[in-house]
Design a protein around this ligand. Structure first.
Ligand code: G1P
Length: 241
C-alpha cells in the first residue's frame, strides 16, 4: 500500500516559527511530529510514502532523504487539500486498490488510527474508510462532516457546514483510506468552499460509485497546526511514554 502525506501548507496559524521551520518538523521529544506520522503509516502497511511539500519546506526533504520509502512532489499553488493530494497522482498511475492519506498536521496519540482504518476496510471487503471523531455541535463548521448509516456506511459528506446544515456531529479526522479512483474525481473537481479544491467534495461525489465506511478511531487527534494543539500533543505523547 502507498500513502500520501500532504505537508505543503504554509503554517500561517503557527507564525513566526513557521517562517523557517515547517510546523510538521516541530519536535515531539527528540523527533519531528512528521516522523511519528510516517511511523503510523508504515506500521499500518504503507511501504511507499509520497509527501506533498511546497517551496520553503525543504527541511522536510532534508530530514527524510535517507528513507528510501519516502518520495516528494511539490504543490506549487495553495489551492486546497484536494489539489495537494492530486499532485501525488502520478505515483498511482494505472494502480488499483486503496491509498492511505494522513494529514501532516493531525497527530494521533494513544493508538494507530491508520491501522484501525485498515482493519475496518478488511472487514468490509477492502472498501474505502474515513477516520472520524465526534465533535461538539458548535464546532462542526471547522470540519468535514459525514452522514453515516448504522452499518457504518457513509452516505454524505460536507465540508465545514453551518451547525444547522450539518448531517451529524461526526467529523473527518485527518486519516483516509481511499480507492485510487479518488484521483479521477479530484482531477475533475471544481473549487468549493474558500475557492479551494476540497478533498471532501471529491469524496462526496465518489460515494455514489464506491462504498465508503466510517471509523471512529480510538486515538486522540491533535491539530499541531497551531500552538495550542501542539502543546496538547506534547502532553499526550509525554503521558504515553
Ligand atoms: C481538513 C479537511 C476537513 C477535516 C480536517 C481535519 O480541514 O478539509 O474535512 O475535517 O482537515 O482532519 P483543515 O483543517 O485543513 O481546514
Amino acid at each position: 500500500m502507498k500513502a500520501i502525506i500532504p505537508v505543503a501548507g504554509h503554517g500561517t496559524r503557527f507564525l513566526p516559527v513557521t517562517k523557517v521551520v515547517p510546523k510538521e518538523m516541530l519536535p515531539i521529544g527528540s523527533r519531528p511530529a512528521l516522523e511519528l506520522i510516517v511511523e503510523e503509516a508504515k506500521s499500518a502497511g504503507a511501504d511507499e510514502i509520497v509527501m506533498v511539500i511546497s517551496k520553503g519546506k525543504e527541511l522536510i526533504r532534508e530530514y527524510f532523504k535517507d528513507d528510501p520509502a519516502v518520495s516528494f512532489v511539490y504543490q506549487h499553488e495553495q489551492k486546497g487539500l484536494g489539489h495537494a493530494v492530486l499532485q501525488a497522482a502520478p505515483a498511482f498511475a494505472g494502480g488499483t486498490g486503496n491509498v492511505l492519506v494522513l494529514l501532516g498536521d493531525a497527530l494521533v496519540a494513544g493508538g494507530n488510527a491508520s491501522r484501525e482504518l485498515a482493519a475496518v476496510s478488511r472487514s468490509n471487503g477492502g472498501a474505502a474508510v474515513v477516520g472520524l471523531e465526534r465533535v461538539p455541535r458548535e464546532k462542526v463548521s471547522r470540519y468535514g462532516i459525514v452522514a453515516m448509516e448504522e452499518s457504518g456506511r457513509i452516505t454524505g459528506m460536507v465540508e465545514k457546514p453551518a451547525p444547522e446544515n450539518a448531517p451529524s456531529d461526526l467529523a473527518v479526522a485527518g486519516r483516509y483510506l481511499l480507492d485510487v479512483a479518488i484521483f479521477d474525481f479530484l482531477a475533475g473537481q471544481r473549487a468549493g468552499l474558500g475557492g479551494e479544491i476540497q478533498l471532501t467534495d471529491a469524496i462526496a461525489r465518489m460515494i455514489a460509485e464506491k462504498p465508503l465506511y466510517g471509523c471512529v478511531y480510538r486515538g486522540r487527534r491533535q491539530d499541531i497546526g497551531n500552538p495550542q494543539g501542539y502543546f496538547k500533543a506534547l502532553e499526550a505523547f509525554g503521558e504515553n511514554r
